[in-house]
Write a protein that binds this ligand. Structure first.
Ligand code: GRG
Length: 309
């Protein structure tokens, strides 16, 4: 088995300091998010609820992927920061809605009480709705120095990834799979590719589009993103079995409790980890033409299989 460490060091420069990179980018993203969704005197309650979940921490992997891809292709962080923030808004809204009693019914997220536990179900639903709508307004209103045609492409791609052919469709298939521990691997992959992979792919593809990527770039980076998206969710399934609530910042063992099929339940833990490692190695292979500029994306791919939460 190729271990994550071997895989990462075999394909990325030892000089690249991922921890420092993640720290700097996280700060950049969190500062931008705080500014993007300020407290409101006119609508204090809904903005407080939106900010509660948006600023609750988290790895900020999606905006960081967007920034890293744009920068790899010669774009600046300024071009991509509104879209990066929008991606985190959409991700956060999906977490707020996922935690509702009608869905996963969870009390904790990112180490804090879930939105509906603090603000009630009605406000939590609306906080998610507010973040989703604002995400698109924010890209449209704040993206500077990118042609309107490109901005429209980004908005259309992200809207599709967020809707019934992406996250929403994946979530419906996931809800339907509860209590059915024997669904096929193909069906499980369908769920993961849509529920989790679609937004991760959008992070990379939208970052590429903003930088003016060629068709060939978009093709390679889509392959990279789809692979890391599926690997990300396989690791999520593994962590649901192996990590504690304190490590995860949310309830552990939820998949088994809901009698859901997962990669570990269908393949076992070791084969699941091997599959995730293979997907990451294939993702990294897509970056071979980008030289040292691709170091952040290579290291981020490695991080996905080594993460502990
Ligand atoms: C987007 C319109 C729209 C609706 C949402 C509720 C729902 C429909 C979808 C659920 C999607 C979901 C919660 C997928 C799970 C994705 C996942 C593995 C989340 C955890 O991501 P991390 O580990 O979390 O990156 P942090 O907290 O670090 O950001």
């Amino acid at each position: 088995m190729v271990t994550t460490d071997e895989q990462t060091t075999a394909t990325t420069s030892l000089d690249f300091d991922l921890a420092a990179y993640l720290k700097a980018k996280k700060l950049q993203v969190e500062t931008a998010l705080d500014r993007a969704v300020p407290a409101s005197r006119e609508f204090p309650k809904i903005y407080e609820a939106m900010r509660y979940s948006l600023l609750a921490g988290g790895k900020r992997l999606r905006p960081i992927l967007c920034l890293a891809t744009c920068e790899m292709l010669g774009g600046t962080a300024d071009l991509a920061i509104p879209t990066a923030c929008a991606l985190e808004m959409i991700h956060t809204m999906s977490l707020i809605h996922d935690d509702l009693p009608a869905m996963d019914n969870d009390d904790y997220r990112r180490g804090k009480l879930t939105n509906h536990k603090v603000y009630g179900e009605d406000i939590a639903i609306l906080a998610g709705d507010g973040l989703l709508a604002y995400a698109f307004e924010y890209i449209a209103a704040q993206t500077a120095e990118v042609s309107p045609q490109r901005v429209l492409q980004v908005i259309a791609y992200l809207a599709k990834a967020s809707g019934a052919m992406g996250i929403v469709g994946g979530q419906v298939a996931d809800l339907e799979s509860e209590g059915k521990p024997d669904i096929s691997l193909d069906r499980l992959e369908f769920i993961h590719v849509h529920k989790t992979g679609a937004l991760l792919a959008a992070c990379v593809v939208c970052g590429a589009m903003l930088a003016g990527a060629t068709e060939e770039d978009v093709q390679k980076l889509t392959q990279y993103a789809q692979n890391i998206g599926l690997a990300f969710q396989i690791i999520d399934d593994i962590l649901d079995v192996t990590a504690t609530r304190e490590e995860l910042g949310k309830t552990a063992g939820k998949d088994a409790a809901a009698q859901k099929a997962t990669y570990p339940s269908l393949l076992g833990l070791e084969a699941s980890q091997q599959k995730a490692d293979r997907l990451i190695a294939e993702a990294i292979a897509q970056l071979k033409d980008y030289g040292t500029k691709a170091e952040p994306l290579r290291a981020l791919a490695g991080f996905i299989t080594s993460r502990k939460n």
